[in-house]
Design a protein around this ligand. Sequence first.
Ligand code: DQA
Length: 145
Amino acid sequence: MTTKTIYVLNGPNLNLLGTREPEIYGHDTLDDIAGKLDDHARALGFEIDFRQSNHEGHLIDWLQEANADGAHAVLLNAAGYTHTSIAIHDAIKAISVPVIEVHLSNPHAREHFRHRSYVGKAAKATVAGLGAESYTLALDAAAKL
Ligand code: DQA
């Protein structure tokens, strides 16, 4: 039996986690999060494909790739593009693989410009506000889909 893959796609500035506004995003680096998720995914019988880009088009290419590759699900933290990208919204709508929106912080408890999520309007579900735990919970949910 081949192990099913869950893609974990991270958008701009998340490569700076650990030093980026730690009072909001915590002290874990993106590598720390990737390591924890990797262990957790294996325990659930999945493997993860964990990626980060500062470029909108990369995220769109990877969403399409996850779909074409028959991934089990995608966890997507589109970071700032969450609030601006109709192209990422359209990409999620265009594919059949389920996408779960993930945020470390709770955008609804922050500035007004973070209250609109073009990702959330297309995603199957959203997990937000729990720091790195948001990813773990989203992975648990994705594994059950
Ligand atoms: C974020 C929330 C976004 O509003 C912000 O632009 C980010 C990170 C989060 O994980 O909390 O870059 O997606």
